[in-house]
Ligand binder design. Structure first.
Ligand code: PLP
Length: 363
């Protein structure tokens, strides 16, 4: 089918396979799924039920309002747990009760708030290396020193987050695992039944096996290698395509796009694609990205503009026509590579894909 809009094709069976791959890497643990930021841009309304269908029962988002959307998306799966990573604040705490959302408590303030106004269990987050969010080791110790701070508090899981799991050979990973185990062991004097969870996607691909009850992969489910390079055991889930809007033949020396950033060095055929930074296709790909079109890798020429991007199609095996779809990333063009060329990571590329990009779901 031809389209004149950019489209993102989401392969739901591949998503389910990646969930199973994540599960197989920690057969003794429950595999959760992180679906924050609209399931990394792929669309939570379709992604969450597909993961639930694959067996997932624990979902994570960052905000309470994302949890509300998720609860609706999971209406057919009322037994799913929804965890909110950024935790409650005084203005949103009622949302947690109304939609049965389980918060992560990251600060002493959130612990106090949940004790006063919360209902039901919560996750306790200990920061063991990021220095970003979660209780510091000193704060965790203060809880042990003063049990009144946690009186009545029900903690289902103790969690932490790897800082260096994109680098699997870094000794920091095992050091962090040890620090987390130590903190969790101490905190279990207060919360004897608390399970533990450390691994996001990167953690699942570390060269040592850890003892955890729940894992929290996000990016790996969406087919992206957690080490910022393709991971062969994961299936491609997201394919971004853009239609050819016009084809033109340039003489040597003719410029393309804003500021004439690129000039044809010789007679060149170019195609103008219907995609640009207004869709989340990074402007940093100007003169350095490429797409897959007509059976060939076609370089981006000139500046990427808001709605349009030009590519050199001189090398095409089959001549594209108006309406032919170029693959911006997907099975022929790795999203990790395109992200690197744009000076970023695949996570950012995915979540920046805007609402103009039409999402299509393959069942
Ligand atoms: C985002 C996030 C994850 C998922 O990370 P991926 O690298 O996408 O697997 C897991 N845990 C926490 C606390 C997160 O913030």
């Amino acid at each position: 089918m031809k389209t004149y809009r950019p489209r993102l094709i989401i392969d739901l069976p591949a998503l389910a396979r990646n969930y199973q791959t994540a599960q197989a890497r920690r057969p003794k643990a429950e595999t959760g799924a992180v679906v924050k930021a609209n399931a990394y841009g792929l669309g939570i309304a379709a992604v969450a039920p597909a993961l639930a269908e694959a067996g997932c029962r624990s979902f994570f988002t960052a905000y309470g309002f994302e949890g509300v959307t998720l609860r609706k998306s999971l209406a057919a799966f009322p037994d799913c747990q929804i965890y909110i990573l950024n935790g409650p604040d005084p203005d949103t705490i009622n949302t947690f009760h109304k939609h049965t959302l389980t918060p992560t408590l990251n600060t002493l303030e959130q612990i106090a708030l949940w004790r006063e106004q919360g209902r039901g269990p919560a996750i306790l987050h200990i920061d063991t290396a990021m220095n970003r969010l979660g209780l510091s080791t000193e704060e965790a110790r203060s809880l042990l020193a003063d049990p009144t701070l946690t009186e009545g508090l029900e903690i289902s899981h103790l969690i932490s987050h790897y800082a260096n799991s994109a680098n699997p050979t870094s000794p920091a990973n095992e050091i962090q695992w040890a620090a987390f185990t130590k903190a969790a062991t101490q905190l279990r004097t207060l919360f004897p039944r608390a399970a533990q969870s450390l691994s996001a996607s990167g953690g699942l691909f570390l060269p040592f096996i850890t003892n955890e009850h729940l894992t929290r992969p996000g990016i790996a489910l969406y087919g992206i290698g957690p080490q910022d390079i393709p991971e062969p055991s994961l299936k491609n889930v997201a394919t971004l395509k853009a239609p050819v809007l016009q084809i033109r033949h340039l003489h040597a020396g003719q410029p393309v796009g804003y500021s004439g950033l690129w000039r044809a060095p010789a007679p060149t055929t170019i195609a103008t694609l219907g995609i640009g930074y207004g869709d989340g296709y990074p402007r940093h790909l100007s003169n350095c990205g490429h797409v897959w079109l007509g059976g060939a890798r076609c370089p981006v020429v000139g500046n990427v503009s808001m709605d349009l991007t030009c590519v050199d199609i001189s090398a095409c095996q089959t001549q594209p026509e108006v309406g032919t779809l170029a693959e911006c990333f997907g099975p022929h063009v790795s999203v990790e590579k395109i992200a690197a060329l744009a000076g970023t990571i695949a996570y950012e590329l995915l979540v920046n894909l805007g609402p103009r990009v039409h999402r299509f779901y393959q069942e």
